[in-house]
Design a protein around this ligand. Structure first.
Ligand SMILES: [Zn+2]
Length: 283
């Protein structure tokens, strides 16, 4: 199984969003999940960025005139991180269309709106991935299991009749209001014992799709940004449920590590949680 990553993804930063991919990649290079091949992506192009964001916003991000990006002060390194990790979403889609599944170590996507970044997310690579997939299939599902809602993805793609959104959150950050009941599903879970059932219901809503984009947050975890009672074991079960669903339905899938935060956990422990997503899709 191919997972898209290159050294430009990660920069020296206190923010896990732009630093943890290096640790996940190191674990994969050490062979912690046998059968995975890390592949360098091509960066996102200007034309691709204009498919998902406003030209003025993109100009200010590319030139640096914006001053500050959602994931920190503008720098050539941070810009490269965003351009390569967004391009990786496109490359992962193309690989999954060929082989059935692929991963991408890109975080920090689902809050980005058309005309601005928000909450650590500068560019919405999920939206790009969906549009790329729609060049090849009829309907795309986005299963967002980050601890927070993906209001950016909804803002960009909610009106697209070929995109189905299912979003299970444990926080009300970046919440959105479904406008198309058939294609839009959002659920907020406040009781850990109801989390897996909520995920199962969300997966059920993905039944009509021909391609799945799975945004796999580890921040629902009780020590990684989420709520008490959501454990590593539950999240491993969750990811196996999603992977099994894709395999049984023969739906091509890409996955990307969404949120997952340190303190009390170390960056290594957060990366270890994300490895479980990779393991689930290798099985
Ligand atoms: Zn989050």
């Amino acid at each position: 199984m191919k997972i898209f990553y290159c050294k430009e993804f990660a920069i020296d930063s206190e923010l896990e969003t732009v630093s943890k991919s290096r640790v996940i990649a190191r674990f994969l290079q050490e062979g912690r999940v046998p059968g995975v091949e890390l592949v360098a992506p091509a960066p996102v192009t200007h034309d691709e960025l204009l498919r998902i964001h406003d030209p003025d916003y993109i100009q200010s991000v590319l030139s640096g005139s914006i001053g500050r990006l959602a994931a920190g002060p503008w720098s050539p390194e941070l810009l490269d991180s965003i351009l390569f990790s967004t391009g990786a979403m496109r490359d992962a889609v193309l690989e999954a269309l060929r082989s059935g599944k692929a991963g991408c170590l890109s975080s920090g996507q689902h809050h980005a709106k058309r005309n601005r970044g928000f909450a650590l997310c500068t560019i919405n690579g999920i939206a790009l991935a969906a549009l790329v997939a729609l060049e090849h299939v009829r309907t795309v599902g986005i299963l967002d299991l980050d601890a927070h809602f993906g209001g950016g993805t909804f803002a960009i793609l909610g009106a697209n009749p070929n995109v189905h959104l299912a979003d299970v959150s444990v926080s009300d950050l970046d919440d959105w209001i479904p406008s198309e009941p058939r294609r839009h599903h959002r659920a907020e879970v406040t009781d850990a014992s109801r989390y897996l059932a909520a995920v199962r219901r969300a997966l059920k809503r993905m039944e009509p799709v021909d391609f799945l984009i799975y945004y796999a947050g580890m921040d629902p975890h009780e020590s990684a940004g989420g709520i008490e009672g959501i454990t590593a074991l539950m999240l491993a079960k969750r990811d196996r449920m999603v992977a099994k669903w894709c395999a049984e339905k023969k739906v091509p899938v890409i996955f990307a590590p969404a949120g997952g935060y340190t303190d009390p956990l170390s960056l290594e422990e957060v990366a270890e949680l994300h490895l479980d997503t990779v393991r689930a899709f290798m099985e």
